[in-house]
Design a protein. Sequence first.
Length: 315
Amino acid sequence: MKLFSSVHDVTDINALVAEALKLKQDPYAHQHLGKNKTLGLVFLNPSLRTRMSTQKAGLNLGMNVMVLNIDKEGWALELQDGAIMNGTTVEHIREAAAVMGQYADIIGVRSFPGLKDREEDYSEAIFNKFVKFCGVPVVSLESATRHPLQSLADLVTIQELKTTARPKVVLTWAPHIKALPQAVPNSFAEWMCKADVDFTIAHPEGYALSSDFTSGATITHNQDEALKDADFIYVKNWSAYEPYGQITGGNEDWMLTNEKLAPTNNAKVMHCLPVRRNLELSDEILDGPNSIVVHEAGNRVWAAQAVLKQMLESL
Ligand code: CP
């Protein structure tokens, strides 16, 4: 594997999930693969889980790991081709990415959307420039439109904890006070549509995701109906795709509570984290027996390790 930016870069998702679960049982079995290899993790935005889990995954594989918070510690990056750099930007992404490729055998990049210009965000301009100019394999640590390491960890978690062959999985919108990207729900939907699950998306009117990511899903505005008989509930806020990046306010009654769990199949509740308590998800859910959010975050290591292993094997 030379690129991990979406589910479309994976030839066999079931095999990748199985690989992740195997690595969970025997984390240090492949340290020879990473010996004298360097993983460079580049963050243009904040992170706790992605940073630490991917770092740990690289270390488990015997790699050296370097982390650069380029938004805070690097030179201000110019992203536009042809720019006359007489403003605040100091280094062009062409040189910056190419230089990083001299120091690292595999590069991870996190780059969030601006949520102002849909065409620019959905073209993945920044992430694709890293891929184009760094010259080494690249793994997405969350881009403008997708978060594939999160989605792989989510599928690993569902596979690990499911009690029926084809579980019902519901992605439900949750309230928030800020406009958040569509990357996590886009990506989760894209992976679930390829997995052997019965997949439903529930959101208030005005929050439809791009149909490019949801083909095959059942989509409804009725959360109660969607939650009926659910085995897994994936809770996430996102801003509107149309009008792009907007939030309408209201819909506070979409926050998941124990009462809403009653008609489910004792559903396990997932969230990618970080989560705002009692806004997106109630204390009673997060502190109750149905929450698997910490277990899910733990699986980020094995998802990242499975991907890095495949990349190391292709070097
Ligand atoms: N879920 C996730 O990506 O967490 P971080 O933003 O903390 O990395």
